[in-house]
Design a protein around this ligand. Structure first.
Ligand code: AMP
Length: 285
């Protein structure tokens, strides 16, 4: 595996692979890798492309009171994991390399960033779209892989690519979970053992919401209410949001007739967990 923290060196590595006729796949991450990230690598490998995985904790997407400085980092462990997983090049730039001077240029994806996490984390998606856009320009990938764990982020990137005519195929990867259903996240390490136990209620309540839909419930507000009630009853987590929205564009839904995203964010102490489920109602009519 090639490994570099320099943009110029990465560009040389990629140019050589392109000359050999290889397609390039990019997997952007913030590191502290787990099986969720490795599922992205697995899916990328199936395309036969040259796989570039980036690790960069992007200050631009963290709010002033968020966990940028405490975000877990372990570059050597990550490097070992991705080498074993079959990544071809690891790009781990410093902040100085990515942001040599204060940014005055940003990428903003409207509408999609005004709901769900966009409301709770102002500026977050601007930071994400800007850094992913920079990575897209640096790597110029043919394919880019994003997990559905961050479903809103996936839609934001897909829309950015479409609006800006970027010649990149954005490939979604299903959520990878622990045995009890908790979605894998780098932030799970911050949970105390009680919080970790309680956190499984998130997936259970998403499943329950799906069962409600299966049984014929079509009111988005009723589904949200049941989810909220269950989460408040069964754990000490503080709900940031629980919402049912259109799975295609995150618009508001009252009566569920099209595929919906059931999304939630819950804080366990200072650890904020997100999870979601896409439910295709047509299957149950
Ligand atoms: P992060 O390092 O948290 O920024 O995540 C990097 C990429 O991995 C994003 O596209 C995430 O959606 C994806 N990812 C993180 N956790 C999971 C998971 N549990 N299942 C699937 N993809 C994930």
């Amino acid at each position: 595996m090639k490994r570099t923290s320099h943009i110029s060196e990465l560009r040389e590595i990629i140019a050589m692979e392109r000359r050999r006729g290889r397609k390039i796949a990019l997997i952007p991450t913030m590191g502290y890798l787990h099986r969720g990230h490795l599922a992205l690598v697995e899916q990328a490998k199936q395309t036969g492309a040259f796989i570039v995985l980036s690790i960069f904790v992007n200050s631009l997407q963290f709010g002033p009171n968020e966990d940028y400085s405490s975000y877990p980092r372990d570059l050597e462990r990550d490097a070992h994991l991705v080498e074993v997983a079959g990544v071809d090049a690891l790009f781990h730039p410093t902040s100085e390399e990515m942001y040599p001077r204060p940014m005055v240029t940003y990428v903003e994806v409207g509408q999609l960033d005004t709901v769900l996490c966009g409301v709770k984390r102002p500026g977050h998606f601007r930071g994400v779209a800007t850094v992913v856009s920079k990575l897209f320009h640096i790597v110029q990938p043919d394919l880019a892989f994003f997990g559905q764990k961050d479903y809103q982020q996936y839609l934001v990137i897909q829309r950015m690519v479409s609006d800006l005519n970027l010649p990149i195929e954005v490939c979604p990867v299903p959520i990878v979970r622990e045995e009890d259903g908790l979605a894998l996240s780098s932030r799970n390490v911050f949970l105390t053992s009680e919080q970790r136990q309680e956190a499984k209620v998130l997936f259970q309540s998403l499943n329950e919401a799906e069962t409600c839909l299966q049984a014929g419930e079509r009111s988005a507000r009723e589904i949200e209410k049941q989810l909220r009630d269950r989460i408040s009853r069964q754990c000490h987590g503080v709900i940031d949001y629980v919402e049912v929205r259109d799975a295609g564009d995150l618009s508001e839904v009252t009566i569920i007739e099209r595929p919906v995203l059931i999304a939630l964010a819950v804080k366990f102490g200072s650890t904020r967990l997100i999870d979601n489920k896409v439910v295709e109602v047509d299957r149950y009519v």
